[in-house]
Design a protein around this ligand. Structure first.
Ligand code: SAM
Length: 249
């Protein structure tokens, strides 16, 4: 890599934001070790034996690795101020193994997951963590099922529900802006309390680039999102600037 590119990377927006996140977490430490101690890791390993990887499955996610996933989810909790905010009602879309909502409960929040139940291992871990979830699939331009209540926070971590199918070249065919428009409007009008927030966290693309192409960045910004690294935070009210910071306990 040329020296100028190296410097560019070093002082990029992403690097600056990463530094900021680290600094914020450092000022409000949460012990991942203490949380890990609340989990019976042999039971997680037993669940993995009971529900082995499908042939050709990518083991990169190894969700039985509690140490790794507690670390990831501690950071999510810190970044959303869930370790120090008043008790919130949280809906986690694509809740997967349930680590995030397990941590939310430890910090006094009430959580509900939503997942299509395609993965028997997630069924097992969700039960193991005693996390409540609704079985449902999010589809483009289709309203989410009525959950009978509204939430302070709706989250989607490592979002996959916007992926429709794969091209022959391996790239994903994704939701169009019109699909995002429907989804964001549905969440804002039917699932968020006044003052509520929607947090979407995306994976990198296959080539390592950000989910936020210039077009998608512009689109999310036009919806009032605050984009921070690979995350988009939206307020229930499109005219309000969303904040990671929350009212303290
Ligand atoms: C990469 S996993 C992320 C799991 C979890 N959020 C995390 O970050 O650890 C993606 C999750 O999205 C769920 N998912 C995939 N397609 C979905 C859809 N159309 N509607 C709802 N959930 C979906 C999967 O079942 C899986 O739990």
């Amino acid at each position: 890599m040329r020296l100028s590119r190296k410097f560019q990377k070093l002082f990029s927006r992403d690097a600056a934001q990463s530094l900021w996140e680290h600094a914020c977490r450092w000022t409000h430490p949460v012990s991942a070790r203490r949380i890990l101690a609340t989990i019976d890791r042999t039971e997680l390993e037993r669940l993995r034996e009971q529900y082995p990887y499908r042939p050709n499955a990518r083991k990169i996610n190894a969700y039985e690795d509690a140490a790794y996933w507690i670390d990831v989810n501690v950071k999510r909790v810190q970044d959303l101020w869930l370790d120090r905010s008043r008790p919130l009602r949280i809906l986690d879309l694509g809740s997967g193994p349930g680590y995030f909502l397990y941590l939310c409960r430890l910090f006094g929040h009430e959580g509900l997951g939503l997942d299509p139940d395609d993965e028997p291992f997630f069924r097992g871990t969700t039960r193991f963590f005693d996390v409540r979830r609704v079985i449902a699939r999010i589809n483009p331009q289709a309203p989410l099922p009525d959950l009978g209540k509204k939430f302070d926070l709706v989250t989607g971590h490592r979002v996959c529900f916007h992926r429709i199918a794969r091209h022959e070249n391996g790239e994903w065919i994704e939701w169009s802006p019109a699909d995002w428009e429907f989804f964001i409007n549905d969440i804002r009008t039917r699932f968020l309390k006044p003052g509520g927030r929607l947090l979407l966290e995306f994976n990198r693309r296959q080539d390592g680039s950000s989910f936020f192409t210039p077009e998608l960045r512009d689109y999310f910004l036009s919806k009032g999102a605050r984009i921070f690294r690979w995350k988009a935070l939206l307020a229930a009210d499109p005219k309000q600037r969303p904040r990671f910071k929350q009212t303290k306990r």
